[in-house]
Ligand binder design. Structure first.
Ligand SMILES: Nc1ncnc2c1ncn2[C@@H]1O[C@H](COP(=O)(O)OP(=O)(O)OP(=O)(O)O)[C@@H](O)[C@H]1O
Ligand SMILES: [Mg+2]
Length: 314
């Protein structure tokens, strides 16, 4: 197992363009071995492109990177031997059964010795024993994702890239996936995870980087990112611009979201100040359609950093 202070992935000035379009405009990041790094960003931010570059599936236009101690530009083969990739779209062969898919990976990895054992262990670990002999085409999205990750683990990689591993999964399957990921890290594996779910990054990641329009607009631990945010606030949503205007005039220091007809009013969230806030609304004969108290979470981070409403990226 690699010592914890080793750097699993080190990236400097990574660039990628498609024609005129600059997708990655000089990205720097470091991932210590045995940790979970989460790359967060909306659709089209360049998450998959980053994964494709770092896993040698695509060539960068600039910058340097070391993955598992090997140079990305000159030692692609050594990198491929050290890593595992579970892509955004499952690499499962629909016509084969779960068991056959895994066996295929064992054969591709030339792990003849103990191959059967590896397959049965993985089926067990991912709770796929019952469906092992059914074609993958009959699997649910969650089962397919699990099989896909199981296939990635066949080669016993020390660094694993997971591109949106839980997109489209129900809450229970998402939690199963999270616990599998945590177990891997407990074994010393390094995880590079992309996600659109802020909650996921918050739950899993040691460090997070937010990618937006080709650049990392923020990096840090989940707590560090949350600390950069303004504190607790009350969100009031109205049914008309007139009401929003009226409310904005009452609560100075509030920020408005015209699109959502909402107002964010800074507050400590205590019952006393909440009552005062509601009384003031009453005093002006204003009623909010929706009233909610928010403690800062990564949604706020995202909103503040990218200037876009996270509803659009969820
Ligand atoms: N092979 C390609 N040729 C041309 N443009 C591409 C190619 N691959 C990606 N792009 C463009 O690069 C940008 C980033 O795409 P990428 O797939 O990396 O985004 P993403 O962050 O993974 O998004 P999503 O959350 O939707 O998966 C997009 O504008 C996309 O259209
Ligand atoms: Mg993607």
């Amino acid at each position: 197992m690699a010592p914890m202070n080793d750097t699993a992935i080190a990236v400097s000035g990574l660039r990628k363009t498609f024609g005129e379009k600059v997708v990655l405009d000089g990205i720097d990041l470091d991932v210590p071995a045995g940790t979970i790094f989460s790359l967060l960003g909306p659709n089209g931010a360049g998450k998959t492109t980053t994964v494709n570059l770092l896993t040698t599936l695509m060539k960068a236009d600039g910058g340097t990177a070391r993955v598992a101690g090997h140079d990305l530009a000159t030692e692609a083969k050594a990198i491929r031997a050290a890593i595992g990739v579970t892509g955004q779209f499952a690499a499962v062969d629909e016509l084969l059964t779960g068991q056959e898919n895994l066996q295929l990976m064992v054969d591709l990895n030339r792990r003849a010795a103990g191959g059967k054992r590896v397959v049965s262990d993985l089926l067990e670990r991912f709770d796929l024993v019952e469906s092992a002999k059914k074609p993958a085409s009959t699997y649910s999205g969650g089962m397919r994702r699990k099989l896909d990750l199981a296939m990635t683990l066949v080669g016993d990689p020390r660094i694993i890239f997971l591109d949106e591993p839980t997109t489209g999964l129900d809450p229970r399957s998402r939690r199963t996936m999270w616990s599998i990921i945590r177990d891997l890290v407990a074994d010393g594996v390094t995880i590079f995870l992309t996600t659109q779910y802020l909650e996921e990054a918050d739950q899993l990641a040691d460090r997070i980087a937010v990618l937006d329009q080709g650049q990392l607009v923020a990096t840090g631990t989940p707590d560090e990112l949350k600390r950069r945010m303004p504190g607790t606030h009350v969100r009031l949503r109205f049914t008309s611009v007139t009401e929003l205007d009226a409310a904005a005039a009452i609560f100075r220091g509030a920020t408005r979201d015209d699109e959502a007809l909402a107002l964010r009013v800074p507050s400590d969230g205590g019952t006393k100040s909440l009552r005062e806030l509601l009384d003031r609304l009453d005093g002006h004969s204003l009623a909010a359609e929706e009233f909610s108290v928010h403690t800062p979470d990564l949604d706020d981070v995202f909103l503040a950093l990218t200037g876009r409403d996270t509803e659009a990226v969820k």
